[in-house]
Design a protein around this ligand. Structure first.
Ligand code: FES
Length: 124
């Protein structure tokens, strides 16, 4: 389960070879009538066993993290700047590093490139 206001954070990726492609516009939003950007979106696709959380760290720096806990494989939940495991409480940062155990290893991160108006997440 994810926090209740994340509905608009979901985006369906499209596959192109070994890449999953999501439009950069997925991050655009509006706050108090002004254009703004979401901190993250959650990319999904029927082919994927786990969701991928894509953090927008800056305009040209994105981090794509597999939402699979490195402790025992439970699907993570996103709470703003952290990913939390509902099973035993491990927490991970926006770069995927462990903030709290029992997990000991960082989340799997995928290389991200910007191409035209899209983000390409290399899943290999
Ligand atoms: S499976 Fe995530 S903390 Fe144990």
């Amino acid at each position: 389960m994810l926090q209740s206001c994340t509905g608009s954070h979901y985006v369906t990726g499209e596959f192109s070879g070994s890449d999953m492609v999501i439009p950069l516009s997925s991050f655009q939003t509006e706050k108090k009538g002004e254009a703004s950007f979401k901190k993250y979106v959650i990319a999904h696709h029927d082919k994927l066993q786990y969701l991928i959380c894509v953090y927008r760290l800056s305009a040209d720096n994105f981090r794509a993290l597999l939402m699979r806990c490195t402790h025992q494989g439970t699907e993570l939940q996103v709470f703003g700047d952290r990913l939390q495991c509902p099973a035993h409480g491990s927490e991970f940062s926006t770069t995927g590093s462990v903030q709290n155990g029992p997990a000991e290893t960082s989340l799997r991160a995928f290389p991200v490139t910007i191409e035209n108006e899209n983000l390409k997440i290399n899943l290999l």
